[in-house]
Design a protein around this ligand. Structure first.
Ligand code: PLP
Length: 385
């Protein structure tokens, strides 16, 4: 007779426990055969492959996104890197946007290229030119990678049109970290795979680092196997924190969507602000795409102050509430003077090419201080410069 072992003491805890565990046991040889050999019975085996809380969170995220399945990773970057490594091979060709996260660009330019995966960057700025480029290379295109909304200008792409002009088996992969599944669901519009850095709004507390890939079973099975072999898995504790954060994701995004519109409206009317990049505004070049695709505009507002670099730095230093830090989705409001922060090591010409001006500020709204107080803070600082 098989050994009797106690498995679960309580099964009625409201919160899911952390499974800080590596090996999972089988009750008897028959279960080993049914589970391992025949795949008829589901059992955990080993901590690099299985964790009950991962599976719970993967299902919750897949449901939010309208995906068949989800796979969790140790960070947004590992989700991107391992998905691409799992799906493509020597000779594959991928289009990616010029306006994507700098480390994502490095994955395409310096890492995938080592394995013979070719890529080309196309600007999202003019949606028609983007479509034209896609159309011209559709015959040998294996995938399109889209980071939408883009950072910091919040450019978008006409996903439905892109899907309609490419071959059926060309994959569309999106990084929609900035939108979250609350504001935008790319799978509804023809995307195959959706990636998020859960470190940002999904986590929402500035205390966890994770990524997820959501999509159809075929490619997701391949990505899961790749993750399980390479071990780019999240910690049990971070997974517990993400499970907690998903409970408040829609509340937080609703707040940020409203706060973003209020801040953009205020900035647009200010005489010292030259331009505001926020898609609720008519002046945003991709407003028409947002009208079609999104349910909210999110918590990131970029604006250009009509002053020289030193004055703009003075403005940032005068602010009381925002932290000068490079992240979004934290409870605290974070601010970057882009030309002296994320883009400081580009030449002025390189900054001009990607439309980063000396006066540009990126503000990631948080929720520990009200949006009225943030606007008041900005107003006082703008007055002084
Ligand atoms: N995708 C986007 C749009 C990002 O902004 C970032 C990080 O800033 C990442 C992915 C990478 O996420 P992580 O920091 O979780 O690796």
């Amino acid at each position: 007779m098989a050994n009797q072992r106690e498995t679960e003491r309580y099964q009625n805890s409201i919160l899911d426990p952390i499974y800080q565990n590596i090996a999972f046991f089988y009750e008897d040889t028959e279960t080993v055969v049914e589970s391992l050999h025949r795949k008829k019975v589901s059992r955990g085996r080993y901590g690099r492959y299985h964790n009950p809380l991962w599976e719970k969170v993967e299902k919750r995220l897949a449901n939010l996104e309208g995906a068949e399945q989800g796979v969790l990773f140790s960070s947004g970057m590992s989700a991107i890197y391992h998905s691409l490594m799992a799906l493509f091979e020597k000779g594959s060709f991928i289009l990616a946007p010029v306006q994507c996260y700098k480390n994502t660009k490095i994955i395409f330019q310096d890492l995938l290229s080592k394995f013979g995966v070719e890529s080309e960057f196309v600007s999202l700025e003019d949606p028609d030119l983007f479509l034209e480029k896609v159309y011209n290379c559709r015959e040998h295109l294996d995938a399109i990678f889209l980071e939408i909304p883009s950072n910091p200008h919040l450019y978008f792409a006409d996903l439905e049109k892109i899907r309609s002009i490419i071959k059926k088996d060309t994959l569309i992969i999106t990084d929609t970290t900035l939108a979250t599944p609350i504001n935008f669901n790319p799978i509804e519009w023809g995307a195959d795979i959706v990636i998020h850095s859960c470190t940002k709004y999904m986590g929402g507390q500035g205390d966890l680092m994770m990524g997820c890939v959501l999509g159809k079973n075929g490619p997701l099975d391949t990505i899961r196997t790749h993750r399980n072999i390479t071990g780019a898995v999240p910690s049990s504790h971070d997974t517990f924190l993400l499970n907690r954060s998903i409970n408040t994701l829609s509340l937080r995004m609703e707040y940020l969507n409203n706060a973003g519109v209020q801040l953009a409206d205020y900035l647009k009317k200010h005489p010292k602000v030259k331009k505001v990049y926020y898609p609720s505004l008519e002046e945003h070049p991709h407003r028409h795409l947002y009208d079609k695709y999104v349910k909210g505009y999110g918590g990131l507002v970029t604006f250009d102050i009509d002053a020289d670099k030193e004055k703009v730095s003075e403005f940032v230093d005068l602010l009381e509430h925002p932290y000068m830090a490079s992240n979004f989705g934290s409870p605290q409001t974070l601010i970057e003077h882009l030309s002296v922060f994320t883009y400081y090591n580009l030449t002025p010409e390189e900054r001009r090419e990607i439309h980063i001006t000396d006066g540009m500020i990126r503000l990631a709204i948080g929720y520990t201080v009200s949006i009225a107080s943030i606007i008041n803070d900005i107003d006082k600082a703008l007055d002084k410069i």
